[in-house]
Design a protein around this ligand. Structure first.
Ligand SMILES: NC(=O)c1ccc[n+]([C@@H]2O[C@H](COP(=O)([O-])OP(=O)(O)OC[C@H]3O[C@@H](n4cnc5c(N)ncnc54)[C@H](O)[C@@H]3O)[C@@H](O)[C@H]2O)c1
Length: 269
């Protein structure tokens, strides 16, 4: 049963590429909960993905924007508030990309131009987005901004490469900007640290299958799916979590607090 806990709320959802994307599932869940939003993605992703299907399904407009370009973000925010009829209540930043991961460059042999591109897309874009929202006063009080992260920001996962550093940077930006957004505008900023999930970005990490199986065996509740992440995000956009801010919230079936599980011990024995 879906409760209409986002009725009357407006927002922008970044990062729905195809039906596997966490942002795609979030758009569906937000729509089911009564929220209205604009969908956006990088112009190149518009050609590769199937976002128009989602737009039809949820009755949302699509406005292309490269999240690393200030002029794209300013125009997106302006058009979104006009189309939706007022200031925004929620934002999902569901964006990640590492050129080094894509091209199979090892962490001990990084290409620094690619590294710079990766942190601009995966982390600094979150700062750019919030700075544009802040300066244009585009968020309503008690609004909520969420970005997606991964536990490689805290612990080492050898194949996650420079995305681990990008996620640490992203989580720090959430806390640092969240302070000012809270003080000045009464807006929450949090990151969700999600279980490994089979999506286009996820599949880019080599050995994801093994990763997924390992996490499944460690987590007492099993891995969290993209749909479950979407529903958690709905709760963070709702009025039920108005005093939750500056947090990195683990949505991982308990993975982050387990040392070892009996299943893993049994496997090794
Ligand atoms: N899949 C996983 O295992 C997993 C786990 C934890 C966190 N996450 C995070 O979840 C988020 C969403 O990833 P996903 O797994 O749904 O994969 P996905 O590939 O479906 O989504 C990534 C999105 O980033 C967009 N993007 C890339 N460059 C962009 C740019 N310059 N401007 C705007 N958008 C751009 C892509 O077009 C794509 O839609 C990412 O931050 C990812 O790191 C994923």
């Amino acid at each position: 049963m879906t409760y209409k806990i986002l009725e009357g709320k407006r927002g922008i959802i970044f990062g729905a590429l195809d039906e596997h994307s966490i942002a795609w599932k979030t758009a569906e869940s937000v729509s089911d909960a009564g929220g209205n939003f604009v969908l956006t993605n990088a112009p190149v992703a518009m050609r590769m993905g199937t976002i128009s299907e989602l737009s039809k399904k949820t009755g949302s407009d699509v406005i292309p924007a490269d999240a690393t370009k200030i002029e794209d973000l300013e125009s997106l925010i302006k058009q979104s508030t006009e189309k939706l009829g007022g200031k925004l209540d929620f934002i999902l930043h569901s964006i990640g990309m590492s050129v080094n991961v894509r091209k199979g460059k090892h962490y001990t042999d990084l290409n620094y131009d690619w590294m710079t591109k990766g942190w601009d897309v995966s982390a600094v874009s979150f700062h750019k987005l919030m700075q544009c929202l802040f300066k244009t006063d585009a968020m309503n009080s008690w609004g909520s901004i969420v970005a997606l992260s991964y536990i490689a920001a805290q612990r080492t996962f050898p194949n996650y490469n420079d995305m681990a550093d990008n996620k640490a940077y992203l989580e720090s930006i959430a806390r640092s900007f969240g302070y000012f957004f809270g003080k000045n505008k009464k807006v929450r900023v949090n990151t969700i640290s999600q279980s490994p999930t089979l999506t286009t970005a996820g599949k880019g990490v080599s050995g994801l299958d093994g990763f997924l199986k390992y996490a499944e065996k460690i987590s007492p509740l099993g891995n969290a799916t993209a749909k479950e992440c979407a529903d958690y995000t709905v709760s963070l956009f709702s009025d039920y979590t108005r005093k939750v801010t500056l947090q990195n919230l683990y949505h991982d079936g308990g993975f982050s607090n387990v040392g070892v599980s009996q299943e893993i011990i049994d496997t090794l024995n």
